[in-house]
Design a protein around this ligand. Structure first.
Ligand code: FES
Length: 579
């Protein structure tokens, strides 16, 4: 067992509670006002539990109960738990996109921790942006932190057919658009696809990001795979409560865990999982908060050497996160990746990643494949560059038809989401299956907030002809549960004058995933002429949070963090004065 490094006098919270002065009298008396006797909290680590529960976030619907389990663990280990609510960021409810608010959650988390008498923090999240938002904030705050993932919901079910969040909704929606599903059938699907609390149970952004949190070392071993409704999840919560108290005494701060090697491990794991494209943006932002330089090239390098071995939808066509848990979960998957991981990285357990996964076993070789029987030989994501995306863009080859790995086609350009939506079901739309559908003004500034619009619908007339995949391109993101030949995150974005703004309907675009290239077949001279004619659109926001967002958001290849929150912006923030 690691020897304690901290004394009660050295606790951060002691600055609020210990001095014999009037200010501390006020702090102590207000704790006692809540009914706590001094022996319940004096000299004990104060553990903040940042809870992203809300009535409008079904993915975190169980957090009202689970927070009590975390508190139980904190008390058992001799800490003093305090719950601090934080913005919930429900992926299904927040418009125009939760991505507009990821950094707001990060700011809230950081400042909640910094401004209160907090020695350690338990972060309760899971629905897409809550994982990076909470971790980014806690990393910047710098106190010991442990992440508690909400866990995936149970498998969906409709008439005995297994349904996966998002992925099956997109597929079945195309069937409905083609007139093959009745109103009653559609209502039945609505009632069956989300059967319990918990996050999307496909390999969407939520499961990707919680797996990444575990691979970095910020969760207990196996925590990210446990279904939300499983009793193991309750035990994991109380264990996290116990463990954070130990982390405070050991001064196990995020900076000791979140090294570049830890982030590279996370990228390897993400690739092997067939991860969401959103992972790229979030990991870059998280790593840079930790002072680690991670960029698009790190993802591309990993994607060339790491096979996809998690047979989970949408990259796989059968299994879901519940099956992944029964197959051994993330420790089992990481045990298959030993040769590709740095096993010496430190984790919240105080042990190394290698020690954490010692003895982990795969219980189902079809769910977690052996490396030599991978789902895809290469990783889940490819980074493309070219004259239309000088700062890069991404595609998920494992989730698209192989005929698009090398493709040239004419562009069909939509200037914004409403015009695309209005045209896409027009039976007279001049479009073929070889076209490249383009949506612009959907990036960080243009969306605003870079909404998940990147899986543009297949035009209705082509759906009726049986077309189910097309090359699509945008500066938007797409849901991790989405699939198809969608080129995303084009940087710089069109709204600020990136080359995507200059494409015209009928121009030809060539994509070559093997060469990692994308090219607009228009001469430099013609592009210069078009640029001279281009006028910047008016600002999206004139006031409020959006005003701040639009002035400080960075582009997708830089992780979409605010410039003033990154480690290279000025001097580090000090501790607040409490006087
Ligand atoms: Fe919350 Fe998918 S909607 S994880």
């Amino acid at each position: 067992m690691t020897a304690p490094k901290k004394t009660p006098e050295a606790l951060r919270s002691a600055r609020w509670f210990a001095p014999d002065d009037l200010r501390s009298f006020g702090h102590r008396s207000r704790i006692m006002q809540m009914g706590y006797a001094p022996e319940e909290w004096m000299g004990k680590p104060v553990i903040a539990i940042l809870n992203t529960w809300s009535d409008l976030n079904p993915c975190h619907g169980h957090f009202r109960q689970r927070v009590e389990d975390v508190k139980r663990g904190v008390l058992q280990a001799g800490g003093f738990p305090v719950e601090l609510p934080a913005i919930s960021l429900s992926e299904s409810a927040v418009k125009p996109t939760t991505m507009l608010y990821r950094n707001l959650l990060a700011i809230e988390a950081e400042e909640l921790i910094r401004s209160h008498p907090v020695d350690g923090v338990v972060l309760m999240g899971g629905c897409d942006k809550t994982t990076p938002g909470l971790l980014m904030g806690a990393t910047s705050a710098g106190v010991p932190a442990i992440y508690v993932p909400a866990g995936p919901m149970l498998r969906g079910n409709w008439k005995g057919k297994v349904l996966g969040s998002g992925s099956d909704a997109w597929k079945l929606w195309d069937e409905r658009r083609a007139g093959k599903l009745s109103d009653a059938e559609w209502t039945g699907i609505e009632g069956g696809i989300a059967r319990s609390h918990g996050t999307c149970m496909t390999m969407g952004t939520a499961s990707t990001m919680t797996a990444i949190a575990e691979a970095i070392g910020m969760t207990l071993p196996g925590a990210s795979s446990i279904p939300a409704a499983d009793a193991n999840h309750i035990r994991m919560c109380s264990e996290a409560g116990r463990r954070i108290v130990g982390m405070v005494w050991e001064d196990l701060v995020p900076a000791r865990i979140q090294t570049r090697a830890a982030f590279l491990n996370a990228i390897v794991v993400a690739m092997a999982m067939g991860c969401s494209t959103n992972a790229i943006i979030h990991v870059i932002a998280m790593a840079r908060r930790a002072g680690c330089e991670i960029g698009l090239d790190d993802f591309d390098a990993a994607s060339r050497r790491v096979p996809v071995i998690a047979n989970i939808r949408p990259s796989g066509d059968t299994y879901l996160m519940e099956d992944f848990f029964y197959a051994g979960g993330l420790p089992a998957l990481m045990s298959r990746l030993r040769g590709l991981l740095d096993l010496e990285t430190l984790t919240v357990t105080g042990r190394t990643l290698g020690e954490n996964i010692a003895g982990a076993e795969v219980c189902n070789d079809d769910v977690i494949r052996p490396l030599e029987q991978a789902l895809y030989e290469e990783g889940a994501l490819a980074v493309l560059k070219g004259n239309i995306a000088p700062d890069g863009c991404v595609i998920k080859p494992s989730a698209c038809e192989r005929r698009f790995f090398r493709h040239t086609g004419p562009a069909l350009v939509f200037d914004d989401y409403p015009s695309m939506k209005a045209a896409i079901d027009d039976e007279d739309l001049d479009v073929s299956a070889d076209h490249v559908l383009i949506l612009r003004n959907a990036g960080p500034q243009g969306g605003p907030g870079m909404p998940e619009w990147g899986m543009l619908p297949i035009p209705k007339k082509l759906v009726k002809q049986g077309v189910r995949d097309m090359l699509r391109m945008s500066d938007a993101r797409m849901s991790g549960t989405s699939y198809g030949a969608c080129i995303l995150h084009v940087a710089p974005e069109s709204y600020i004058g990136g080359p995507l703004a200059l494409v015209r309907t009928g121009d030809h675009i060539t994509v070559d995933i093997g060469r990692r290239s994308i090219h607009l077949e228009v001469s430099d001279e013609e592009l210069a002429r078009r640029r001279a004619q281009w006028t910047p659109p008016p600002p999206r926001f004139e006031r409020g949070y959006g005003w701040m967002f639009s002035r400080h958001i960075r582009q997708a290849n830089d992780g979409c963090d605010f410039d003033f929150l990154q480690t290279d912006f000025g001097a580090p923030v000090g501790e607040p004065s409490i006087y």
